[in-house]
Design a protein around this ligand. Structure first.
Ligand SMILES: [Zn+2]
Length: 180
């Protein structure tokens, strides 16, 4: 909504005769098309629009249409964005742990939206957590091995596959005590 407000303000400041503002924020567009909305930014945007309308009254009829772009088009843009994301995801060197959980960017997008992961889940999915493997990678810990077995690397997989409830393996939720 704020982005739309800024865009309208830029239009007001510019001398362009015809300006198209595109937005895929359905909630913002719905707010703007509802004349009884109490949203302060929606009000501010309408105010700018009113002054523009007054200015242009004689030359052209200002026409604001919040539904001109079909939703299918927006979905197409989203699809292409995810495709691009997938390509980048596949070629990038980082996020190895995340990729083992979510090899497919499109499915990951749908799953994460539904799941709304907790902070601990996010730490597990990304591997960015107080486990020895991660801390060692950033030189915060001398060895990446686990306290349960010096030959085993304390990775996300090690914890998940070897009794995550075990006190030694409860590091994900105890990151702070571990680092101190
Ligand atoms: Zn262990």
């Amino acid at each position: 909504m704020y982005a739309l407000y800024r865009a309208v303000a830029m239009v007001k400041a510019s001398r362009e005769k015809v300006v198209n503002i595109l937005s895929d924020s359905r909630s913002s567009l719905e707010l703007l098309s509802n004349p009884r909305t109490g949203h302060p930014l929606a009000h501010a945007i309408r105010k700018v629009q009113e002054t523009l309308t007054l200015k242009e009254k004689k030359s052209a009829d200002a026409d604001y249409d919040y539904e001109k772009i079909p939703l299918s088009w927006i979905n197409k843009i989203r699809e292409e964005t995810i495709l691009k994301w997938q390509t980048r995801y596949d070629s990038s060197q980082t996020g190895a742990i995340t990729k083992t959980f979510f090899p497919d960017a499109k499915k990951a997008y749908a799953t994460i939206r539904k799941l709304k992961p907790t902070p601990v889940q996010t730490q597990i999915f990304t591997g960015h957590t107080g486990i020895a493997e991660y801390l060692h990678r950033f030189k915060l810990l001398q060895s990446p091995s686990c306290e349960c077995d010096a030959d085993k690397i304390e990775s996300v997989w090690h914890i998940i596959l070897n009794a995550p409830g075990m006190k030694l393996h409860a590091t994900i939720s105890n990151t702070k005590s571990r680092q101190s």
